[in-house]
Ligand binder design. Structure first.
Ligand code: ADE
Length: 278
């Protein structure tokens, strides 16, 4: 990143979920192939600028949605953003709702996760170099503040704070699972934000999620249980709102600033446990 002492010129990374494949108003656009030591990301990355702010966009599932959640190369996706100079990541993700008061069309700026994914590579660290980063507060509150302010200014239906349960998929949950997650106090459910958020933290990237509700999952008896058709219909509408939110947020987030007050950009400072001599 362009860290000049304590000053940072942010580069904004966007990870677009299902239905989001571009940034409105992006100038000097160029799709570029980025290789990483962890292999290929989901697709080429779209480089460009919005005003003076450098942006890098990655469609999480690839253009045309060819890759399922369990097969995504999360390490390559995060590494590709890091290698591209990104400092601040906004993850845009379609989710199901586990709460009555979060209807389809609602946006939740997440502040916690429960990670129930299991068939994914979850760390950049491995034999030979061990690190344990803190995930107590897994999302960057600085980016969350900007997302909340701008969403409210646009009049979008938005909540600040919420727990996102990450399931493995690709099948949706059984009703018993959905009710279990509700009993745990979870707010929304999705398939992709872990290990993305863990890897972003290991890569010392500030990372925030806008979870866009597409359905009530299957717990709500008076509602049809979730289907792909229902999800896609709401997603298109959500994507339009998300594009407006992104356009409003980038000029604010892109201002030159100091280091992140939450310390996401220094997450490894106290995390390495392997002795340098070994
Ligand atoms: N993504 C969108 N809706 C979902 C649901 N109900 N469960 C898991 N992932 C989702």
């Amino acid at each position: 990143p362009s860290n000049d002492g304590e000053r940072v010129t942010p580069v904004i990374g966007l990870i677009g979920g299902s239905g989001l494949y571009d940034i409105d108003g992006l100038a000097d656009k160029e799709w570029r192939t980025v290789e990483t030591p962890w292999g290929k990301p989901s697709d080429q990355l779209l480089f460009g600028r919005l005003g003076d702010v450098q942006c890098v966009f990655l469609p999480r599932h690839g253009r045309g949605h060819p890759t399922p959640p369990s097969r995504l190369n999360y390490r390559a996706n995060i590494a590709a953003l890091k290698q591209s100079g990104v400092t601040d990541v906004i993850s845009l993700s379609a989710v199901g709702s586990l709460k009555e008061e979060l209807p389809p069309g609602h946006f939740v700026i997440i502040d916690q996760f429960i990670d129930r994914s299991f068939a994914r590579e979850k760390s950049f660290f491995d034999d030979g170099l061990v690190a344990h980063v803190s995930m107590a507060d897994p999302l960057c509150p600085r980016i969350g503040d900007v997302l909340e302010q701008q969403a409210r200014a646009l009049g979008l239906p938005v909540s600040r704070g919420g727990t996102y349960l990450v399931m493995e998929g690709p099948q949706f949950s059984t009703r018993a699972e959905s009710n279990l997650y509700r009993s745990w106090g979870c707010d929304v459910i999705g398939m992709t934000n872990m290990p993305e958020a863990k890897l972003a933290r290991e890569a010392e990237l500030c990372y925030a999620t806008v979870a866009m509700v597409t359905d009530y999952d299957c717990w709500r008896l008076e509602e049809e249980h979730v289907t792909v058709d229902a999800v896609v219909a709401v997603m298109m509408n959500n994507a339009e709102k998300a594009r407006n939110l992104v356009k409003a947020v980038i000029p604010v987030l892109g201002q030159e600033r100091g280091l992140c007050p939450a310390g996401c950009d220094r997450a490894l400072s106290n995390a390495l446990i392997t002795s340098p001599a070994s």
